[in-house]
Design a protein around this ligand. Structure first.
Ligand SMILES: [Zn+2]
Length: 125
């Protein structure tokens, strides 16, 4: 949020350069995944098993994905996939963060264009 207030102090050139920079540091756009990776301890359903007495199995990696306000999806993640999934999730956040920053810059540029148009009009009067 601090970032947002700073933009108005930057020059047009600095804004443009920042925007170009943000598009250059994007991770590969196909290598993304939205969700959270978490450790889970599970019960297997066998009433004779130790897990039925509270000693659950695990930990296992679990991917949890929010689909909308009332729906979630998820699946277990094999140990050898966990690192890739973690990387995809990190990439997702990086892309999202950069798009958010680019949007902020473009809103600031819109505001300046409007200001300039207004000033031009005032000069003509
Ligand atoms: Zn069990």
């Amino acid at each position: 949020m601090v970032e947002r207030e700073k933009l108005s102090k930057l020059s047009d050139l600095a804004l443009r350069n920042r925007r170009v920079g943000l598009t250059k540091v994007l991770p590969p756009l196909g290598e993304v995944l939205r969700g959270s990776l978490m450790e889970r301890y599970l019960t297997c359903g066998n009433p004779e098993c130790k897990c039925a007495r509270g000693e659950r199995h695990g930990p296992v990696w679990y991917l949890s994905v929010t689909l909308d306000q009332s729906h979630r999806s998820g699946c277990t993640v094999p140990g050898d996939q966990a690192e890739q999934v973690r990387w995809w999730i990190e990439n997702y956040h990086q892309v999202k963060e950069n798009l958010e920053k680019i949007s902020d810059i473009n809103r600031e540029r819109m505001r300046r264009q409007k200001d300039k148009a207004k000033k031009r009009k005032n000069v003509q009067k």
